[in-house]
Design a protein around this ligand. Structure first.
Ligand SMILES: [Zn+2]
Length: 266
């Protein structure tokens, strides 16, 4: 293979990977999509189509009763059935607009349409309250600190960087939130859950939610990146020494931390 072509492919791949790492949506981004879609609440779906392998007929002539999120899931709810949409790495959506590619799911209304592309799309029949633990969602009104601490106490041997990404405990937390929360509370990502003192455990649970709301606000203002303290940073803003970057935990996700001010509890 021509060496220049090889470099071009590598550059392209690197660029694509950078985009994924930066833009893989976390809980707050789903809340922004939900808010944009709320205009379709109580509207009737006249036609459902797309290349998702779901029974489109189950959606047609149904009214949207609500739009919800649970962590990184977007839920378009109708009577007796809901569509679960996960944006994965490449997912996108358009409201009253279309991309050139075929949509995974297209919902037509009397005045408008929603189109989703490259999403993981599934129908859920039955009571969502039986399927989803809303108290695990860091952005939910039903978020429950006590229950979260109980779940953490059940996994004392886990690395804190894995626990934060566990969607059954912190639904909506993604890699950016993980890095920033740990920096905020001065906890090293390789700390063990069971070794965290009570103060740090309390702060972890509190800040997972607080930071997620900050993320939401900054994302709406287009200032999220400007507010990153440790994620993708070269120097620790507190210690002015180089930031460490490692692929840590079972999840092997990109982790940025300061060896000096983030304490490792083992
Ligand atoms: Zn530091």
């Amino acid at each position: 293979m021509n060496i220049n072509l090889l470099y071009t492919i590598q550059d392209g791949l690197q660029f694509a990977l950078t985009v994924i790492k930066v833009y893989m949506p976390e809980g707050p981004s789903l809340v922004i999509i939900k808010e944009a879609l709320l205009q379709f609440k109580r509207k009737k779906i006249l036609h459902a189509s797309g290349n998702a392998k779901i029974d489109m007929g189950l959606l047609e002539n149904k009214k949207i009763t609500d739009i919800k999120t649970w962590g990184k899931h977007l839920l378009i709810c109708c009577k007796d059935v809901a569509v679960r949409i996960h944006l994965m790495m490449w997912g996108s959506y358009r409201i009253n607009e279309r991309k050139e590619t075929q949509p995974r799911l297209s919902l037509q209304f009397e005045n408008g349409e929603i189109n989703f592309y490259n999403t993981a799309t599934k129908l859920i029949e039955g009571d969502l309250n039986k399927i989803y633990d809303w108290s695990a969602d860091v952005l939910s009104d039903e978020w429950d600190e006590k229950k979260t601490k109980k779940k953490l106490k059940a996994i004392p041997e886990k690395n804190i960087c894995d626990a934060l990404l566990d969607q059954n405990i912190f639904a909506g937390v993604g890699n950016i939130i993980k890095n920033e929360v740990l920096f905020r509370i001065y906890v090293h990502p390789e700390s063990i859950v069971g070794a965290l003192p009570k103060k740090q455990l309390d702060e972890l649970v509190k800040e997972a939610r607080n930071y997620s709301f900050d993320f939401l606000r900054w994302k709406k203002e287009y200032t999220l990146r400007k507010h990153w303290c440790i994620y993708t940073k070269k120097k620790c803003p507190r210690c002015n020494i180089p930031v460490k970057k490692k692929y840590l935990g079972e999840t092997k996700r990109r982790t940025f931390f300061c060896d000096n001010c983030e304490v490792k509890y083992l």
